[in-house]
Design a protein around this ligand. Structure first.
Ligand code: NAD
Ligand SMILES: O=C(O)C(=O)C[C@@H](O)[C@H](O)[C@H](O)COP(=O)(O)O
Ligand code: ZN
Length: 369
């Protein structure tokens, strides 16, 4: 088992990465649990595959899990579900010192984390991430949120979990498309700050996607360590450091909004395409070479992820996509800081980007064949 600490003073916690952690969940969580029952929120897909081993693990420790099972999918990050989860936790008589468990992907983690952030002004929560995306990214760092009609993650809070158990074995049942989507966030760590990791992924990405044990563990542990470092330096995204984790997301969130937060474009797919667009836009500004932008495109393609906006069949122009970006949480006094590249492995926050220029760039991408 690899253990990555997230160093946040009194809110520090461990990310434990290994096999069979879900079967051992009760023992791993025991020091944080105080009652003979534990509330667990999950979705129906995850419950079908992983409820039973988790249930058995708690039974062995004499703890009774109480389950709330939600419909799967991005639409679950809603006001309705937030109310449903908080009402349920209140009915479960969860106290501030208790922990609620989020068993699932980023959708469950973000929703349950936000519910925990506001329940009685904050109770504990433990992340049991079951997608690659959640293991390498969303379960770590304490960003929690729901979506609204206006856009992605617009209502939320920073609320750190007390423990993260990333069971690599859980990925055995994950559909290949979801595995690829999670891989986009893995690739992101290479592109934004670690050129040797980007090169390693070029050689070993296929093994990661095939869930080969050694490569998978290396990719997850390297990603989590990168995220933990950045979060420890800039927990609340105030110092142009954590914002680097948003590479590809300003484009990506606009594309997710335009496709209705639906299965048409998964978050990780949007991030992959967004990273390609950020790389091409950086090249257009003369900050990286066309060859480096092409390397990012190739890495995305090699993983079976989308790299061309034209393939989405959108019925919109660049201006409409740029309008979605006005809701970006990085907006600062009317300007939108953009995460761009000086090189592969060297992202930075640009504060001189005009949305009119982004619009023109996107119109070019939308017309490309
Ligand atoms: N908080 C953060 O820092 C952060 C970071 C990245 C992404 N996110 C958010 O995470 C969300 C995306 O998360 P995701 O990609 O995990 O999607 P998800 O939670 O929707 O899970 C993807 C699909 O896989 C299913 N699934 C999950 N685990 C499974 C397993 N082990 N076996 C079989 N099926 C399984 C789910 O039911 C779902 O259908 C987005 O809302 C995104 O905004 C948040
Ligand atoms: O943890 C972060 O910080 C990130 O930006 C990670 C992203 O992968 C994630 O999708 C995040 O939710 C996006 O942040 P947002 O603030 O733009 O909603
Ligand atoms: Zn993301």
């Amino acid at each position: 088992m690899a253990v990555v600490p997230v160093e946040l003073g009194g809110r520090s916690y461990e990310v434990r990465i290994g096999k069979d952690l879900l079967r051992d969940a009760a023992r791993q969580c025991a020091p944080l649990l105080r009652k003979s029952s534990v509330p667990i929120v999950t979705d129906a897909n995850v419950a079908r595959r992983w409820r039973e081993p988790v249930e058995a693990s708690f039974a062995r420790e004499g703890v009774e899990p109480h389950w709330l099972v939600l419909d799967p999918g991005e639409a679950a990050k809603s006001w309705e579900n937030l109310q449903r989860v908080t009402d349920w936790l209140l009915a479960e008589q969860v106290e501030r010192g208790d922990h609620v468990l989020a068993l699932g992907g980023g959708v469950i983690g973000d929703l349950v984390g936000f519910a925990a952030a506001i329940l009685k002004r904050g109770c504990g929560f433990i992340q049991l991430p079951t997608t690659l995306l959640a293991q390498v990214d969303s379960s770590v760092g304490g960003k929690t949120a729901i979506n609204t009609g206006a856009g992605k993650n617009l209502i939320g809070a920073f609320h750190q979990p007390s423990l993260v158990l990333a069971d690599l074995g859980a990925l055995a049942t994950l559909p290949d498309r979801e595995m690829r989507a999670g891989y986009a966030e893995v690739l992101k760590y290479g592109v934004l700050g670690d050129a040797p990791f980007f090169d390693w992924l070029s050689a070993h990405g296929v093994e990661v996607l095939a869930r080969e044990e050694g490569s998978l563990e290396h990719a997850v542990a390297t990603s989590v360590a990168a995220k933990a470092r950045i979060v420890a330096e800039d927990e609340r995204e105030t110092a142009d450091r954590r914002a680097l984790l948003n590479l590809g997301h300003t484009f990506g969130h606009a594309l997710e909004a335009e496709t209705g937060f639906s299965d048409r474009l998964l978050h990780g797919e949007a991030v992959a395409l967004g990273m390609v667009l950020a790389a091409r836009y950086s090249a257009r500004r003369g900050e990286i070479s066309d060859a480096d932008a092409e390397r990012v495109t190739r890495a995305v393609n090699a993983a079976g992820l989308p790299s061309e906006i034209t393939a989405l069949g959108l019925d919109c122009d660049g201006r409409r996509l740029a309008e979605h970006m006005l809701h970006d949480k990085k907006m600062d006094a009317g300007t939108l800081p953009f995460v761009l590249l000086r090189a592969i492995g060297d992202a930075y926050v640009a504060r001189d980007v005009e949305l009119a220029d982004i619009t023109e760039f996107l119109n070019g991408e939308l017309r490309a064949d």
